[in-house]
Write a protein that binds this ligand. Structure first.
Ligand SMILES: [Zn+2]
Length: 724
């Protein structure tokens, strides 16, 4: 659709929106920094590939001949400092999985292609692999050395930043910022610490290495993109896309290399996509909040629901991904398709004219810096409008060339895979024959495939709906539940148990505390914090038969603190007792806890606690009495304590140090923390700890420890030893 509106894009280089003019009339070249293939792409990576896809589809719809190149980084070096330490992630992953680097790279490359296809990202015209373009990188490095921009030290080649006067023009940055927790070790071989590696000498035993004039070695990450962009697209390209993370140093260094080597502008328009946050936090493996496409599919979502979600936000804006927002996107997508499928075939002259107006509006929105949110709103406007059916259909099909949401190809209603349908028919038959046990087993299998079976009242019909739709009643964050904190107590005790794994352990814990709770005025709140195994049904049954029990299902793991906050907000007891599922109650705990907490100076009571001299190391307290922190296995406090301490800090996704944080918050309000070792409880293996791989444990623990230290490290005045 050739429209008059010029395409305007925000150029990171100039910090302005500019009219687009291609280097060569009628043609456009796009280079996109592609994946490093040692693990699956996460949805944050994919968001920036979606941005590039929309740009490309817009340009193609406007009649340009586009050539799009996306490199495959199959020599690791995700981070330059890691290269410089000789670490290669592809190699490390290969060793860990007992495979060759080639096998690893091939596996993840295939997975990446499959993910892109599921998101309707048009395949790039070229996917050059770094490992098959090393001679070009060597040539470019040689050119830089010859032109006086590179220098050689012990088989390594560095780019001399001081020689390139425009260094920093893209990022307005000269060197890495002082990021939290990142220690940059000075490299003694560099003349200037800003210099970066073009080529690294291979260390002993390295598998992936190539010959070069400077000896065996491997290329730096940045040179890869300079060499391949020049080889496949020429020295000057129209668009270069990537995530904001790529701006420095990757793209800054790429400009320096390419412009120093070829003596001309490397890229006309730099486009960078903003971060995707998950539950409000930056997505990181160490935070445990990364999602891949298959994670969404496991919940029964269509990958295109994610594409739709991304279209609702400008690529300049941080997008906060939550399961709830994805559910809304999935619903929106299904409704849009339904609007199209139910549009009639009528047309009128007036309608056609109105249609042209809307078409201009749509393409105008896209031409304005690839404005997907506005374009999507226009599409919705059409769907809801009274323009004649045939016009509506034609417009939406036209728009879908860029939106890429399969508005036409898919069935308008929730489609259930054939095998799921077959299973549910089989189950129907079993139920008809009263073979309930077998029928239940099939229900489990269907659940395992991400679908839920609901029996119609009439008995015969079976309705299968995807998990994402079933999860409607589930909560996506602690903000989804009301707070009763300012309301009056309605029972004596609220017992809160939060779990994400270990159905047997949860049953043991809940059953043990129920026995004892039956003799007091109590309520039990169980939070299914994104249970992986199918414990949800057991909890629902329990809640159905026991009035005392309330259950909250989270549609994913909310984090340890957020899970407990659901309990705190919903509690209506005078006292709150939280239990870890590793704890089994063997007798009456309530009398003693009540006694402890009747003393208004006591903030938190429990069975296990720790003491410390310096807030850095903690010792398990052996005897009953005052402690510096009550351990999270069992914590009891008056509900109104929360009014003083505030809710738990939800940055503690992993449980460690969360109890210490809460304890110290109580200490700042001058409360005593007291344990009683005679409480009738026993502790079994701690599941969360046992189920976390050792390396992961260490990382998560460390992270929480530093979080704790930043907040409390200087407050040793709060320690019992200091106040005695
Ligand atoms: Zn790149």
């Amino acid at each position: 659709m050739q429209r008059a509106t010029p395409i305007r894009v925000f150029n990171t280089l100039t910090r302005r929106k500019e009219d687009f003019f291609p280097v060569a009339a009628g043609r456009v070249t796009i280079y996109t920094c592609g994946p490093t293939v040692y693990r699956y792409a996460h949805i944050g990576n994919l968001r920036s590939y979606l941005m590039a896809d929309w740009l490309r589809r817009l340009l193609e719809a406007r009649g340009y001949r586009v050539k799009h190149v996306k490199n495959i980084t199959d020599v690791g070096h995700m981070r330059q400092d890691m290269v410089e330490r000789g670490e290669d992630k592809v190699i490390a992953a290969a060793l860990a999985e007992g495979k060759t680097p080639e096998q690893i790279a091939a596996h993840y490359t295939d997975a990446f292609m499959a993910d892109e296809a599921k998101l309707n990202i048009l395949p790039a015209h070229e996917f050059p692999h770094a490992t098959t373009n090393v001679p070009e990188m060597v040539d470019l490095t040689k050119m830089l050395v010859d032109r006086g921009y590179g220098y050689v030290v012990d088989g390594n080649v560095y780019f001399e930043v001081a020689r390139f006067s425009e260094y920093g023009k893209l990022s307005r940055q000269q060197s890495a910022g002082l990021e939290e927790g990142v220690r940059v070790e000075a490299d003694p071989l560099k003349r200037d610490q800003r210099d970066f590696a073009l080529w690294k000498a291979a260390e002993e035993g390295r598998v992936l290495k190539w010959p070069s004039p400077w000896g065996d070695g491997f290329p730096g990450w940045h040179i890869e993109c300079s060499a391949m962009a020049a080889k496949y697209l020429g020295p000057e390209i129209d668009f270069h896309t990537g995530g904001v993370d790529n701006i420095f140093p990757h793209h800054e260094d790429e400009i320096a290399q390419s412009e120093a080597a070829f003596g001309r502008r490397h890229v006309r328009y730099w486009m960078h996509g903003q971060h995707l946050l998950v539950d409000g936090l930056k997505m990181a493996k160490s935070t445990g909040n990364t999602y891949e496409i298959r994670d969404l599919e496991k919940r029964g979502f269509e990958p295109l629901a994610f594409r739709y979600l991304c279209a609702t936000a400008s690529y300049h804006a941080r997008l906060n991904f939550t399961v709830k927002s994805l559910r809304a996107a999935q619903k929106g997508l299904l409704r849009l398709r339904e609007k199209l499928s139910t549009a009639g075939n009528e047309t009128t002259k007036k309608g056609a004219k109105e249609g042209e107006k809307i078409r201009d509006e749509f393409w105008g929105a896209l031409a304005d810096d690839v404005g997907l949110p506005k374009a999507l709103a226009v599409a919705w406007g059409v769907a809801r409008s009274r323009v004649p059916g045939a016009v509506k259909r034609e417009l939406l099909m036209d728009f879908d060339r860029v939106l890429g949401l399969d508005l036409v190809a898919r069935s308008p209603s929730t489609s259930v895979p054939i095998d799921v349908e077959a299973l549910s028919r089989e189950r129907n038959e079993l139920r008809r024959r009263k073979a309930y046990r077998e029928a239940d087993a099939i229900r489990e299998r269907i659940r395992g495939m991400g679908y839920e079976v609901r029996d119609a009242k009439s008995g015969g019909a079976v309705l299968a709906i995807p998990e994402w739709a079933r999860a409607d009643a589930a909560i996506s964050s602690s903000a989804d539940v009301d707070s009763h904190l300012s309301e009056r107590d309605s029972v004596d005790f609220t017992i809160g148990v939060v779990a994400r794994r270990g159905c047997e352990e949860l049953k043991r814990c809940l059953n043990s505390v129920r026995q004892c709770a039956a003799r007091v005025s109590a309520e039990i709140i169980a939070v299914d914090n994104g249970f992986a195994d199918n414990c949800g049904a057991w909890l629902d049954e329990l809640a159905a038969k026991e009035e005392q029990v309330r259950v909250f299902h989270a549609d994913h793991f909310l984090g340890s603190a957020a899970g407990l906050n659901v309990v705190l907000k919903q509690a209506r007891g005078r006292y709150v007792v939280t239990l870890d599922t590793s704890v089994e109650v063997t007798g009456d705990i309530f009398s003693r806890l009540r006694e402890l907490l009747e003393d208004q100076r006591v903030g938190i009571g429990g069975r296990w606690g720790v003491t410390s001299e310096d807030l850095r190391s903690f010792e398990e307290a052996e005897a009953s009495g005052d402690v510096d922190a009550v351990e999270g296995y069992l914590m009891a406090f008056r509900r109104d304590l929360v009014n003083e301490t505030g809710l738990l800090d939800e940055k503690y996704r992993f449980y460690r140090h969360l109890d210490l944080d809460f304890s110290l918050a109580a200490r700042t309000a001058a409360f005593r923390l007291v344990i009683d070792t005679s409480l009738p409880v026993v502790r079994h293996e701690h599941l969360e700890w046992a189920a976390t791989p050792e390396e992961e444990r260490e990382r998560l623990s460390k992270r929480n420890f530093y979080r704790f230290l930043r907040k409390w490290g200087e407050r040793s005045d709060l320690l019992v030893a200091q106040t005695r």
